[in-house]
Write a protein that binds this ligand. Structure first.
Ligand SMILES: C[S@@+](CC[C@H](N)C(=O)[O-])C[C@H]1O[C@@H](n2cnc3c(N)ncnc32)[C@H](O)[C@@H]1O
Length: 260
């Protein structure tokens, strides 16, 4: 897949960082010595960790060179390294593994989450937040548009491009981690973001969930796909009285603490 676009991602930085802040607020640690921001992106979530834990050693990890460059420019005193969460194995046990809006990109959560939890030091915390929006119109309609039209062959199975079947129910995450942890908290929140218009909603998902659909397309196919998709988004998200559209955006949160 093509690299991420930090400028497009940070167009809605306030809205994207709010769940990151709400996740961090529930982390039951006073002062971790070593904290990892897994899938740090442009460093927006790393900046929150640095503000809350100024004494901690903080390392941001990501697979995207463009995102890492953007994070380094934002937080020049912190370390940012290229690493894949699927295979990453730290040399030392960690006090905090914080993963905001990244693990939804990875398969096999029943293996992944216990593996990450196992990398913690005694008393350490795994804090995870993931969009849980694959059934929302934004994502249902990207699969629908992908299935018909001259781009269908290039995209392939919309369920694969749309990462269907990766997320568990909130209780599934609890069941995975509760036997391993001293304490587990799981919650699900639906944000309702105020968006200027249908084009803004398309722009939001273009930086994230739409990438696997657009990346395989040539310029003409991409323009056609985006026009068809925006028309469907326009019809699915009614304008409110002030003309804005409300983008419902459910997210799952998990905070699991290891026994000391
Ligand atoms: C949606 S951004 C999240 C940025 C930030 N953490 C936040 O809360 O807004 C997701 C990031 O995860 C990274 N990512 C995707 N798959 C990854 C993987 N397997 N390992 C590490 N990072 C990954 C992407 O490159 C991207 O920068």
């Amino acid at each position: 897949m093509a690299d991420w676009n930090p400028a497009l991602y940070t167009r809605f930085e306030d809205e994207r960082t709010r769940p990151a802040a709400e996740l961090l607020a529930r982390v039951p640690l006073d002062g971790p010595a070593l904290a990892i921001d897994l899938g740090c992106g442009p460093g927006n979530s790393t900046a929150l960790i640095a503000a809350r834990y100024p004494e901690a050693e903080i390392v941001g990890l990501d697979t995207s060179p463009a995102m890492l460059d953007s994070a380094r420019a934002r937080l020049p005193t912190l370390r940012f390294n290229l690493a894949d969460a699927a295979t990453w194995a730290p040399e030392r046990a960690l006090d905090l593994i914080y993963a905001s809006a990244v693990l939804q990109w990875l398969p096999d959560h029943p293996t992944l989450l216990p593996r990450l939890f196992g990398l913690l030091a005694p008393g350490g915390v795994l804090a995870v937040q993931m969009p849980d929006n694959l059934a929302e119109p934004t994502h249902r309609l990207m699969r629908e548009v992908a299935a018909s039209g001259p781009w269908a062959k290039a995209i392939g199975d919309p369920a694969v491009a749309g990462r269907l079947g990766r997320m568990l129910e909130p209780a599934g995450y609890y069941d995975l981690l509760a036997p391993l942890a001293a304490e587990v908290e799981v919650w699900r929140t639906a944000y309702h973001h105020r968006m200027a218009d249908a084009a803004a909603i398309v722009s939001w998902v273009r930086a994230t969930g739409l990438r696997p659909f657009l990346d395989p397309l040539d310029a003409d196919q991409r323009a056609g796909f985006l026009a068809a998709y925006e028309a469907k988004i326009d019809a699915a998200y009614d304008p409110r009285a002030d003309g804005r559209r409300l983008l419902a955006f459910p997210r799952v949160f998990i905070v699991a603490r290891k026994a000391s």
